[in-house]
Design a protein around this ligand. Sequence first.
Ligand SMILES: O=C(O)CCC(=O)C(=O)O
Length: 217
Amino acid sequence: MQDGLFTAQPVSSFLDGLTYREEVLERETESRLISLIGGLEFEPFVVRGYPSKRRVCSFGMALSFRSGTSWPARKLPDWLEPALAAAAQSSGLKADDFAHVLVTEYPPGAIINWHRDAAEFELICGLSLGSSARLRLRPASGEQRPGSGYGPGRKPGTSGLSVVSLQLAPRSLYIMAGPARHDWEHSIAPLQDTRYSITLRTLAASQGGTARHLRSN
Ligand SMILES: O=C(O)CCC(=O)C(=O)O
């Protein structure tokens, strides 16, 4: 696939395994989620020892992207159930199939660098709240190690190849599975306005493949 910018559409699959759907939440639900998210205990996301601009709060299980170790995190609060329901409905999975939920707060200027999600996870659903963002994807190179896909994932000089972009509208949801999740890496371009994302992940078969902790600890 060549460079390109895809505009938002109601339900679309842009590359094998990437699905995008708009208006999966009511505006009222989005506003309620944003106000309750404001009360979460966020911590800075640390990349190679340095806090990044974005802040995160994990539910179900937390994972160190440095060491690849995981540990039980908070139980998912009931008010986040609409996010779980939207992900389950759009993916065709059960709410209990999701083992991990990450709420991320992006202030203006925050980014996510190129990465593939940790190998401990399988399917990824991403909900956008508050403002839009540009999700970029490009073919990944090299083996994926457990824990982290962050960092330089390719040889210098190849980074401009085959980048595709998807504008993520507020209240939209994307699903990354199969090739889009395993063979491509993704990043988020610098945010213009504050955005929140709710990322829901299932466990990889190597981790047992079934949900743990999300609603039970
Ligand atoms: O904000 C998003 O939707 C992307 C989240 C992401 O790539 C991550 O947390 O690894």
